[in-house]
Design a protein around this ligand. Structure first.
Ligand code: NAD
Length: 297
């Protein structure tokens, strides 16, 4: 059984991105710029932003930030977005979600120039994803797909990888996605379809989710219910990608998959933490690099 170590895999991406940045920087005369906007002082969001800025610097990027008070109006947040839209040094913009109650996050995401949409959540980029033409793809689903590629590859987990793992053609594979959010479930299902997988999309109104999962070669859980996916949901030799991040009573983080019982049955599984989470951040950097390269075309 392979443990899909997202922390190690993300570090490989940081290294590859940095190498590419160092070859492009002399040619373009500036580094890729990531602009982050945080509204309010939610401790978890602050921690995410700090990690993203640190990783951006590790990748050889410039990081810009705007911190706004929780009391900010829609117009004030939109103005911060416009500032980054106009700033030629900013290639990728990230509006940290969730924004405080009362602010329309969809309208704010739509205010981001879609060519600078590092999170891949702008409606134009989501539409392009449906057509199979997206240059930037939502970070968490993209990270999940990269972990599936890792699961099917011969790559030795923990060792230095020289280059990105080729995309696996998922023809003939049955994938069960649990969850249908705009952030994870829907885009991950589109990406799996794009790779030729046959996709079952289960959600809160689906009956017998367990039975649907039992025949799947790949399970992606993106629900937000601790340990929902049990060993008897999983076919022997399946690949299990656990997107869920849940804080439980003892204060620790756990996923949507009952890791202890499922791990012994499957061919590959992501841990929580250190699975999909670090890959989400790495994909944010990959998208920012794509936006940077796009700005010189
Ligand atoms: P969400 O609340 O927007 O969506 C949850 C989905 O689960 C819904 O589509 C709902 O229909 C479905 N659902 C609820 N109960 C169900 C049930 N009993 N059976 C089947 N489906 C059910 O959440 P989200 O934003 O998609 O996030 C899902 C989880 O992933 C959360 O734990 C979140 O913290 C985590 N997450 C992790 C990352 C990461 O980087 N690892 C990124 C985003 C979200």
């Amino acid at each position: 059984m392979k443990i899909l170590d997202g922390r190690w895999f993300a570090k490989q991406y940081h290294k590859w991105i940095k190498e590419e940045v160092e070859t492009l920087y002399p040619k373009h005369g500036r580094r890729p710029g990531l602009g982050v906007i945080l509204v309010g002082d939610n401790p978890a969001s602050k921690a995410y932003i700090s990690t993203k800025e640190k990783v951006a610097k590790k990748c050889g990027f410039e990081a810009f930030d705007q911190f706004l008070p929780a009391t900010s109006t829609f117009e004030e947040v939109k103005e911060a977005i416009e500032k980054f839209n106009k700033n030629e040094k900013v290639d990728g913009i990230l509006l940290q979600l969730p924004v405080p109650k009362g602010l329309d996050s969809n309208a704010l995401i739509s205010a981001i120039n879609f060519k600078k949409d590092a999170d891949g959540l702008h409606p134009i980029n989501q539409g392009l994803l449906q057509r199979g033409d997206a240059k930037v793809k939502s970070c968490t689903p993209l990270g999940a797909l990269k972990l599936i590629d890792l699961a099917y590859s011969e790559a030795e987990i923990g060792s230095e990888l020289a280059r990105e793992i080729p995309e696996k053609d998922l023809s003939g594979k049955l994938a069960a996605v649990i969850g249908r959010s705009i952030l994870v479930g829907k885009p991950v299902a589109s990406m799996l379809l794009e790779r030729n997988a046959t996709v079952i999309q289960a959600h809160s109104r689906t009956e017998n989710v367990k039975d649907l999962c039992k025949s799947a070669d790949i399970i992606i859980a993106a629900v937000g219910i601790p340990h929902l996916v049990k060993a008897d949901w999983v076919k022997d030799g399946a690949i299990v990608i656990d997107v869920g991040i849940n804080r439980i009573e003892d204060g620790s983080l756990t996923g949507d998959v009952d890791y202890e019982s499922v791990a012994s049955k499957c061919a590959a599984i992501t841990p929580v933490p250190r699975g999909v989470g670090p890959m989400t951040v790495a994909m944010l950097m990959k998208n920012t690099l794509e936006c940077y390269k796009g700005s010189f075309l």
